[in-house]
Design a protein around this ligand. Structure first.
Ligand code: ADE
Length: 231
């Protein structure tokens, strides 16, 4: 999978892909993340990328032409499944969207800034709009990093233990059960007996019950939806 991220703040994305699982995925040749500085596609001597908005009002708006230039350049080299705009008024990102995107081959993520982007970019070039939550970030970069991370870890072969992505919270509309490691007792704080029992059937049952009770109490919204879709 290849992910191209278009941004005016490439430095914000220096860290997230240079470590841990996303780094390993790239080293294994399972994913490529390319960060592009939109400024390089700006207009004129000053590499202009934004302008005041028609009709008046505060804040600069990102212009069409630089974005069209870079999208066309990318499209001349690769075929893209989606051109995704990161925006707080997009579709709420969740595990099911990450699962779906992890099956794609090439994605473009466009990060917004300033007051917004010329609406015609959205209508002409964007195929999907994604928000990572109901709050406004200074730009789409952190959101793009979130989406990239959530998607890349799902690519087969990226995680060492193939089952571990499947047992993530949300993967089956359940939060993950609690986990423990050594020591079995610390300051008198103990580990649930069943986990030390070696009885894997009982352990599975306990984990399932914990996942269900956690989901019920912490995320009744997910639990109730699950109930009605299964019932
Ligand atoms: N850009 C600014 N805020 C955002 C959000 N919540 N999700 C995605 N992109 C954004």
């Amino acid at each position: 999978m290849r992910i191209d991220i278009i941004t005016l703040m490439p430095a914000l994305l220096d860290g997230p892909f240079a470590h841990s699982i996303v780094k390993r995925a790239q080293e294994r040749g399972l994913a490529e993340v390319h960060v592009h500085d939109l400024r390089n596609y700006g207009l004129g001597k000053h590499k202009q990328v934004d302008d005041t908005q028609f009709g008046g009002g505060a804040g600069m708006v990102m212009m069409i032409e630089p974005i069209e230039r870079i999208i066309n350049e990318l499209k001349s080299k690769n075929e893209y499944d989606e051109v995704i705009f990161m925006t707080p008024d997009g579709e709420q990102f969740k595990q099911s969207i990450a699962n779906n995107l992890s099956l794609k081959t090439n994605l473009i993520l466009l990060c917004g800034h300033y007051k917004g982007i010329d609406e015609r970019i959205r209508t002409q070039f964007i195929t999907k709009e994604v928000s990572i939550g109901d709050y406004v970030l200074s730009g789409g970069e952190l959101a793009a990093a979130v989406v990239t991370d959530a998607v890349i870890r799902l690519i087969p072969g990226v995680l060492n233990d193939e089952t571990s992505a499947l047992s993530d919270s949300f993967q089956d509309d359940l939060l993950a059960p609690p986990v423990y490691t050594r020591p079995a007792e610390y300051r008198g704080w103990t580990v649930p007996e069943v986990l030390l029992s070696g009885n894997f059937k009982a352990i599975d049952k306990w984990r399932q019950e914990q996942a269900e009770s956690r989901t019920k109490s912490r995320r009744p919204d997910i639990w109730n939806k699950k109930d009605s879709s299964e019932g």
